[in-house]
Design a protein around this ligand. Sequence first.
Ligand SMILES: NC(=O)c1ccc[n+]([C@@H]2O[C@H](COP(=O)([O-])OP(=O)(O)OC[C@H]3O[C@@H](n4cnc5c(N)ncnc54)[C@H](O)[C@@H]3O)[C@@H](O)[C@H]2O)c1
Length: 275
Amino acid sequence: MTRLSYDFEDAVAIVTGAARGVGRAIVHQFVDARARVVAADRDADGLAETCAGLGDRVVAVTGDISTEAGAASIVGAATAQFGRLDICVNNAAVAPHASLFDETVEVWDRVYAVNCRGTFLMTRAAAKVMIAQGEGGRVINFSSGVSNRGSAGAAAYASSRAATESFGRVAAIELAPHNILVNTVSPGLIDTQPKPLPPRMAEALAARIPTLPLARPGKPEEVAQLVLWLASPASSYVTGSIYCVDGGAGVGVRPKGEIVDDDIRYDWVTGRKRS
Ligand SMILES: NC(=O)c1ccc[n+]([C@@H]2O[C@H](COP(=O)([O-])OP(=O)(O)OC[C@H]3O[C@@H](n4cnc5c(N)ncnc54)[C@H](O)[C@@H]3O)[C@@H](O)[C@H]2O)c1
């Protein structure tokens, strides 16, 4: 994949959800761009795989972003290990699906605890450090294309991601006086599902992928490139925005075959002659 190159040599970044998927790709791209990185996740084994061979520019922290203690330990690792914090990428999330009738209160609350409370706790803890440093900073939150369309089984996940978008707008306003820029990345279908795919998921994806405008899932690296741009000086006048990285999924479906208008009402507009 062709990448823009960045130099984050002086910057310290936190990446949550770093044990796999998009988070792992973000960690690797930050390290390639010479950042120092706190890679955080609740999955210690996955974190160890992400960080293998990356050397002392990365510190792995096992923690739960949905608790104040977890968020504090992740942010504390940045200052303890690297002495500062410039970028906080709140990528960790959970997305279990269930029908309205099968959804339990416990699962609903857990989804909100991770996706909403976790994003809030991490943003607040990171912003306190950035404000004390007095040099601004970046917070990059995550949403999903499903936040603004209906998708069966996604009541908790979709609504929690919509809440993250709303939270990001408020945080952007409150943190702007400190030159802390807050933006949200909204991916479409990204190829992070553990393989082999369970049969129902394989069937659903096989039906969905050809309908995507680009007719393929995105790669975690393609999401990471957007994150690095939002963390870089190139996006210095961007805050409070939501960026889709979805291969066009948010605007429609891939057209099938030739585009033909055979609506006779518009023959007078098009000048079409019928035989
Ligand atoms: N993959 C997609 O198709 C897709 C689509 C739309 C949006 N997204 C968003 O992109 C982001 C990354 O997606 P992904 O597919 O790489 O996710 P993933 O499920 O593959 O990985 C998420 C990581 O977050 C960690 N995590 C979960 N809860 C945590 C907690 N409480 N504390 C710490 N870590 C925790 C998990 O252990 C896991 O390593 C998410 O925010 C997701 O909502 C993904």
